[in-house]
Design a binder for this molecule. Structure first.
Ligand code: ATP
Ligand code: ZN
Length: 209
């Protein structure tokens, strides 16, 4: 009998997606040994390995077929610009990418952003959004903590993720508009279609496509 191929699922190593991703896989019947802090974790009752990565790297690994599936936020997927098949939306890590401005600023509409500076870790999504709105602004790329930029004088506005709005509020920022709505999704690589289909059936995951 031919031994079944092992499949790899890429999951965020630590951070906001980690626990919900593991809970999702466990809820579908997969069993794992206790957390060993290893970067690869073997599933005890299926031919599956979990590979733990930074969330930003997950789309690349999946699009090259190194991982067969990945769990990642739509925000990261869209920013990377890789067209991967979304197998199913997972309903957690719900958030929005918004443009927000200091409460006391005179910026009231998207048009007011003309020629201003916007700090973000999402330059592609922001560029696309501003282009559609015919706004020319200077995009200041930061790798995190964009919300601090206006107070420090680095930017006039930010384009950042919000969930409850508490971080914006703590930094005296108010949302101006939504660039993208996001949640965690299960994405599939373009290769090994047969083995992957078997896994989806085993886990009772209904594919969107
Ligand atoms: P990594 O170390 O893997 O690069 P990270 O710091 O980029 O992690 P996290 O802060 O753990 O990422 O967020 C992971 C994902 O959780 C985000 O890309 C987004 O999809 C989702 N998310 C939900 N709510 C928020 C929020 N309020 N702020 C940031 N991300 C959020
Ligand atoms: Zn990240």
């Amino acid at each position: 009998m031919k031994t079944q191929e092992r499949l790899k699922i890429a999951v965020q190593k630590s951070g906001r997606l980690y626990q919900s991703s593991m809970d999702f896989l466990t809820s579908r019947g997969l069993a794992f040994s206790p957390d060993s802090r290893s970067l690869i974790r073997t599933c005890q009752n299926s031919n599956i390995d979990i590979v733990y990565l930074r969330d930003d790297d997950i789309p690349e690994y999946v699009s090259r077929g190194i991982a067969d599936f990945g769990i990642v936020g739509q925000n990261v997927l869209a920013e990377k610009g890789l067209t991967l098949r979304i197998v199913t939306r997972l309903g957690f890590a719900l958030c929005r990418l918004v443009i927000a401005v200091p409460r006391c600023s005179r910026i009231r509409t998207v048009e007011d952003l003309q020629n201003l500076r916007i700090a973000t870790s999402y330059p592609k999504l922001l560029t696309d959004y501003l282009g559609k709105s015919n706004i020319k602004a200077s995009i200041v790329v930061v790798s995190g903590s964009a919300e601090i930029a206006p107070r420090l004088g680095l930017a006039d506005a930010v384009c950042d993720l919000v969930q409850t709005g508490a971080t914006l509020e703590a930094n005296d920022l108010v949302p101006l508009c939504t660039v993208l709505g996001s949640q965690a999704v299960l994405v599939g690589s373009p290769v090994r279609k047969r083995s992957k289909k078997r896994l989806l059936l085993d886990l009772n995951i209904k594919s969107l496509i």
